[in-house]
Design a protein around this ligand. Structure first.
Ligand code: ADP
Length: 526
């Protein structure tokens, strides 16, 4: 598990002397985490220093940070507002932080195309979306040409994308048919994005995952359609960077199909963000992509080792991706060690050890910056932390966790500020320590703290459990449980938090604690 500041779940931090907490905060706010990632002649290496644009960013923060807020001018939110306070002003896609330009450029500029199921903020479910966008922006700022290819999910709203236009209509193969497919181009958070939209029912639905189609098959289609688009348009990137099991079949399709056609130049990088999902599929399912599934059912290729001797044996797209990529990266050096020692993929990773790298994730410090964050009613930074107090009170007011007395300068602010506010922003899945979250709710109440949970689940049982907790607590004075995804509210909550709770059972890297520290909160990790 990777983190700098750790204290035990529900430890006496709730009653820590305030001065100690504030001291830690100042240190954390200036503790920028940078992407340390560099593609070099198809070799990945960690960069050892995080020099990049820190100095200019700090200068920009100083000039932009407005801590001379006029309390009287703020319109204080209330739980009875018709429009919830986090939806009022700026939708997340309205934010378009500039890609920093004054960064030292790499000497070997490349063309990199990411192929991914998620991208923040337009198609974000968890950290995968954040990392893809942040990594693309970091590479762009260092002089590389970067595109992101993404399914055009029905839930992505067109106004979320700048300069959106249809650029190519072509056919891509799936299960014996050539499906007419549109490729759109646009710009999101400063990055060029290509959105793949098949004319069938794939990617329809109101959420990124969990539509009424076979998830495995749609991502097999997407993997092939992305390569087909490069073939049709003549794109020859240096690097095709795929992510997770969803695009694990792409390296197979590349080497055994498209490389024999016109795609010669690209080399393949796979990033594994979380080894929880292996992309299990049958030979028949893989054959729907146009490959012969039977060929891959060997230990050296893509057979799921756990199913050897079963009838039928199954394949793993993630394993296939590991075997067929030129380089495989995971999201921290510690997770690399863990995955070499445990789990059924360990033997595959050991066999491929010479091309397997652990590179610590970071957050995009321009997109997550309390000194400039447009979702916040007051900005703050390590030098001027006062705005954080206001953000906390703003959130407390909006969620009905503070009295509605007018904060005429000091009194009410000081009163509510004394109550520690614990925040937990997470996908509600077992990995994230669901039982510890429910336990923490009780402990927070007992210790006189406040706690806000912002969580989303697609599991009906978990949904019902947390709905039950919400019913029990949401009318009371200290706990709020909000079962939804909201990028806007997540920014406000990090800014308001004294403590960010990350009770994960395991965490390949984890961004929530990095964001929490960036926004001046203490992070508690199991
Ligand atoms: P994981 O990748 O396992 O989901 P991380 O901690 O690496 O976990 O990243 C989670 C990211 O998703 C963070 O940016 C977090 O703020 C965001 N997030 C998780 N759940 C929600 C939610 N319900 N609403 C808004 N943002 C969320």
């Amino acid at each position: 598990m990777e983190c700098a500041t750790v204290c035990k779940l529900c430890s006496p931090i709730l009653s820590s002397p305030r001065s100690a907490v504030v001291g830690k905060r100042k240190q954390q706010l200036s503790n920028h985490t940078k992407f340390k990632f560099c593609y070099s002649k198809f070799k990945i290496q960690a960069l050892h220093s995080a020099q990049t644009h820190l100095s200019s960013e700090v200068a920009a923060e100083k000039s932009q940070s407005s801590t001379d807020f006029a309390i009287g001018e703020l319109v204080w939110p209330s739980p009875s507002d018709e429009i919830p306070f986090w939806k009022k002003d700026f939708p997340s896609w309205g934010v378009n932080p500039e890609v920093p330009v004054d960064i030292k450029k790499d000497s070997d500029p490349m063309h990199i195309i990411h192929i991914t199921a998620e991208m923040a903020p337009i198609a974000k479910v968890g950290g995968l979306g954040d990392v893809v966008t942040g990594l693309a922006r970091a590479c762009l700022s260092r002089g590389h040409t970067v595109d992101i290819m993404l399914p055009f999910y029905e839930c992505i709203q067109k106004q979320q994308i700048k300069d959106l236009e249809l650029v190519t209509t072509y056919n891509s193969y799936h299960d014996g048919n050539w499906i007419q497919t549109n490729a759109y181009h646009g710009v999101v958070s400063g990055i060029s994005v290509i959105l793949i939209e098949p004319s069938n029912q794939f990617f329809k639905g109101q959420t990124v995952y969990g539509g009424s189609f076979n998830e495995l098959e749609v991502y097999l289609f997407f993997s092939r359609a992305s390569l087909e688009w490069m073939q049709v348009t003549g794109a020859q990137p240096d690097i095709i960077h795929v992510h997770e099991w969803q695009t694990g079949a792409l390296p197979l399709l590349y080497w055994d199909m498209y490389h024999n056609l016109s795609l010669k130049k690209p080399r393949l990088v796979l990033t594994i963000h979380n080894m929880e999902h292996y992309g299990e599929c049958t030979k028949e399912q893989l054959s729907k992509s146009g490959l012969d599934g039977l060929i891959y059912a060997t230990i050296e290729k893509a057979v799921d080792d756990r199913t050897i001797g079963h009838n039928p044996e199954r394949l793993s797209l993630l394993k296939g991706g590991i075997v067929y990529s030129n380089a495989v990266v995971t999201v921290s050096p510690t997770y690399l060690k863990e995955t070499l020692c445990t789990g059924w993929l360990a033997s595959t990773l050991i066999r491929n050890r010479d091309k397997y790298f652990g590179i610590l994730n970071g957050i995009d410090t321009a997109m997550w910056n309390p000194a400039t964050d447009i979702f916040l009613p007051a900005k703050f930074n390590a030098q001027n932390p006062e705005g954080k107090k206001l953000c906390k009170y703003y959130v407390q007011r909006g969620l009905g966790l503070a009295s509605e007395g007018i904060p005429d300068g000091k009194h009410v602010l000081d009163m509510t500020h004394k109550v520690p506010l614990v925040v937990c922003i997470t996908r509600l899945v077992p990995q994230k320590g669901l039982h510890l979250i429910s336990h923490a709710i009780k402990r927070a109440e007992e210790l006189g703290a406040q706690m806000v949970i912002l969580g989303k689940t697609s599991d009906g049982r978990v949904e019902r459990e947390f709905e039950g907790l919400a019913k029990l607590h949401n009318q009371g004075p200290s706990i709020r449980i909000l079962l939804m995804f909201s990028e806007e509210l997540s920014h406000l909550l990090y800014a308001a938090a004294d403590i960010v709770l990350v009770p994960s059972m395991y965490e390949p890297c984890g961004l929530a604690q990095m964001i929490g520290m960036r926004y001046g909160a203490v992070c508690t990790i199991k």
